[in-house]
Design a protein around this ligand. Structure first.
Ligand code: HEC
Length: 757
């Protein structure tokens, strides 16, 4: 299920999250009394005429000017027109109109490019004189609460806040106050507020100059596109969701290895204020910082050596934002000196990596139109690719690319094709309008073919293929898109006309394998439907599929890879027992690939569920279901990491985590390393297995549920392993003096490192 509401706390009966939908229409209070007089009617008609004329002037004038006015008038008319249509909601209409005037203290012009006030509206009073004038206003109006030096008193430190507050938020807080706090609206003019801002910024600059002199480390993070293209995991940093574009999640660092893993100790931990019970994010390690994203779209930067918090970015959500069953945030992308994060209200943000300042903010989809975003973006070359969730609620999936520089939309690929688009006929009637096919897990990229590979979620309503008769492209598929244009190069549908919630929201693995005596550029895929697939990644040709967990929904495959589905596994009114369960044999928690050993390590839940089909959950704004699924009380299940031979699909070993009647929750993603370790979290423990035989080598209890995958990074030759658990980040390293540490290991030499791909 897209952005899975089912993978929360353990449940033996599915929780149908009920979200209040659009308020019912209120009956009109105006009713014409019987025997209404004719005079009143004409008066009303005349009144209406006036209203119509007024509306024509209000609407027509800006529209006319937008199309044909002089430049100075044109952009203003354009903004005003946008405001009338419902944009720029965070600015009250009266202020908006006032600020449109020439020489206004609030410059609205940048809103044309960047639709949110937070990103677009900047303080234009920036010179020394403004700061000096602002100091006087500050002393009189703000100092008694925020402190003489801006460092706080009964009210928070504005010097500390400024790094993460947008200019607009500062301005808006001073202008309108914070309801329910001592921070009341300030009796200042707009210009005076900006002058206090100039003063506080001046204080911040002075403080950071002083810090620079006193030796507190300042960070200057920059990762250029070429570095990202050349990156192999474990070059020291962990630069993208999967460590590198090929989706391997395999670290070449070998300082922490089989013989010494037992000596690992905690280097530091960091706790976060976050709504989620189990952080989903893969941390990114770059330039001496770790970036952890949190529920909604918050980001915290941590000193990767000491654990000190360097900055926090708070994404401000509009009131009434709904999460539609989505939880957490899976991570950020880095490119140049910016981080990119997708938010629960379906925005994409660019944040300055060194400071946490917002650079731009664009709307990817209308958040309260059922869309959510939780996946880590993929930043490649000059663009940022993001997917959406909400498919289970009826949002129509798509994948989109945006300019890394300014957030301009470069292309969009609809994963539920509309009329005239390829594949549209695979949805019966109007069923395509009901959406599905979310793109809520990060894909992979092959720089030689210049193709982006992405997994697509299930069709909606999930248990009712009869309501959407056809294959429902591109639900439960892999798609390969041209990075430059977003055009579809090929697709492969793992589960046509899915009826068991078998999303293909998994991390694709780009790897070359031996196949029938030749080396084939393959795409490897451990799918939620319990099969491990190898495809030719040039054209999507099916090579083979092998089950890695018990399944009974498919009776085999046609030569082109189309499954022969088993009608006995169709959901039914009485309930049908089907393997794998609704959460799948694997889910979004990422696998890893060890190219040297030729093994894919897959987080696996081997379990069955009862699937029901009915007419429930077919309303707008609810989980769009048409049935239900319940875990079977009599079928024990297994949680494990399974090592799959990439050339044959055979299971080489299993690292057992638990077996019993209550194992369905809390498996994390995988990290494997050149030290011969396969690390995975289960419930609240992190476990290390021997990559060669699956023996357990080390286990530590962290006291918080693990959902994400660990990562490895190194600083000055010292290797660290980081994992989020509960609301915290834990970072492990070897103590000084244990084998392999802290004597710096050189970076992997060209001779030992396989060439990047
Ligand atoms: C009577 C005390 C008081 C005065 C005077 C006051 N503030 Fe505040 N201010 C507060 C409090 C308390 C908060 C924290 C509100 C909250 O809990 O969110 C706050 C918060 C803020 C914030 C948001 C900080 C953040 O980290 O989110 C800004 C910006 C701010 N004030 C600016 C000003 C400016 C500018 C002035 C002077 C023009 C001013 N305040 C005067 C009490 C005051």
């Amino acid at each position: 299920m897209g952005d899975d509401p089912l993978l929360g706390p353990p449940t033996r009966s599915p929780s149908a999250a009920v979200v209040p939908s659009v308020p019912a229409t209120v009956a009109s209070p105006y009713r014409s009394a019987a025997g209404d007089e004719k005079g009143a009617r004409t008066r009303r008609a005349r009144g209406r005429l006036w209203l119509l004329l007024l509306a024509l002037v209000v609407v027509g004038a800006p529209l006319g000017l937008t199309l044909a006015g002089p430049h100075e008038l044109r952009w203003r008319a354009q903004l005003f027109w946008g405001k009338l249509l419902g944009d720029y909601r965070d600015i009250p209409l009266a202020c908006f109109v006032r600020w449109l005037r020439p020489h206004s203290p609030v410059d609205l012009h940048p809103l044309l490019e960047n639709h949110t006030a937070r990103a677009a509206i900047l303080n234009t009073f920036t010179d020394e004189a403004a700061a000096t004038e602002g100091a006087k206003i500050y002393a009189v109006n703000c100092a008694r609460c925020h402190g003489d030096k801006g460092t706080g008193g009964v009210a928070p430190s504005l010097v500390a806040s400024l790094g993460r507050l947008s200019d607009w938020t500062y301005f808006a807080t001073a202008k309108w106050g914070r309801p329910g706090t001592l921070m009341i609206p300030q009796p200042l003019t707009d210009r005076q507020i900006w002058l206090t801002h100039a003063h506080v910024r001046h204080l911040v600059n002075a403080a950071s100059r002083a810090a620079g002199q006193s030796g507190v480390q300042r960070f200057d993070v920059k990762v250029d596109a070429e570095t990202l293209l050349a990156a192999t995991e474990g070059d020291g940093d962990w630069l993208s969701y999967a460590g590198s574009y090929n989706g391997h999640r395999h670290s070449r660092l070998a300082q922490i290895a089989k013989p010494n893993v037992g000596a690992l100790r905690l280097a530091f931990s960091a706790q976060f204020h976050t709504a989620e019970e189990s952080i989903h994010a893969t941390p990114i390690a770059a330039g001496g910082l770790l970036f952890v994203s949190l529920a909604g779209g918050r980001v915290t930067a941590i000193d990767a050596r000491s654990g000190r918090t360097v900055w926090e970015f708070l994404h401000e959500l509009p009131a009434g934002t709904k999460s539609y069953g989505a939880t957490g945030n899976r991570g950020v992308a880095i490119l140049g000196d910016s981080l990119y994060v997708a938010t629960i209200d379906a925005h994409l943000l660019a944040i300055e990596a060194s400071t946490g300042r917002l650079r731009w903010d664009i709307k990817v989809a209308a958040g309260n139109d059922l869309y959510t975003m939780t996946a880590a973006p993929l930043a490649v070359r000059d663009r940022v690719i993001v997917g959406v969730g909400g498919g289970d609620y009826g949002a129509r999936g798509f994948l989109a690319a945006f300019s890394a520089a300014d957030g301009r939309r470069l292309w969009q690929f609809d994963t539920v094709p509309g009329p005239g688009q390829f594949g549209h006929e695979t949805w019966a009637g109007d069923s395509w309008k009901n959406g599905g096919s979310g793109t809520w897990v990060t894909g992979a990229y092959d720089k030689d073919l210049d193709l982006v590979y992405w997994g697509v979620g299930n069709a909606a309503p999930v248990y009712r293929p009869d309501l959407r008769a056809g294959d429902d492209l591109f639900s439960s598929s892999a798609i390969a898109l041209d990075l430059a244009t977003g055009e579809l190069r090929w697709h492969f549908q793992f589960t046509p006309a899915d009826e068991h919630d078998y999303d293909s929201a998994q991390q694709p693995i780009v790897a070359d394998i031996e196949w029938q005596g030749k080396t084939v550029p393959a795409l490897l895929w451990a799918n939620r439907n319990a099969f491990f697939y190898a495809l030719d990644r040039r054209d999507g040709r099916f090579l083979f599929a092998k089950p890695f967990a018990k399944q009974n929904w498919s009776k085999g495959f046609e030569p082109n890879g189309r499954p022969i589905s088993n009608p006995a596994a169709d959901p039914s009114a009485a309930g049908t027992l089907v393997w794998p369960w609704v959460g799948g044999a694997t889910n979004w928690q990422p696998p890893s690939y060890d190219a040297e050993r030729g093994l894919v390590f897959v987080p696996t839940i081997d379990a069955a569920a009862l699937f029901f089909r009915d007419d429930s959950g077919l309303e707008h704004g609810q989980v769009y279901r048409g049935g239900a699924s319940r875990l079977d009380d009599n079928e024990p299940a297994t949680a494990a990491v399974r090592a799959i031979d990439a050339r044959t699909g055979a299971i080489r070993w299993e690292g057992r985590l638990e077996r019993g009647l209550d194992v369905y929750t809390g498996i994390g993603g995988v990290l494997s390393t050149a030290g011969g370790l396969t690390l995975i979290g289960y419930r609240d423990e992190l476990v290390a297995f021997d990559s060669d035989g699956g023996q357990e080598l080390w286990r530590v209890r962290l006291g918080g549920a693990i959902s994400a995958a660990p990562v490895a990074y190194a600083i000055d030759g010292q290797q660290f392993i980081a994992i989020t658990a509960g609301r915290s980040l834990f970072v492990f390293t070897l103590p000084a003096g244990s084998a392999g540490a802290p004597a710096p290991t050189p970076k992997p030499s060209a001779a030992t490192a396989a060439p990047p791909r």
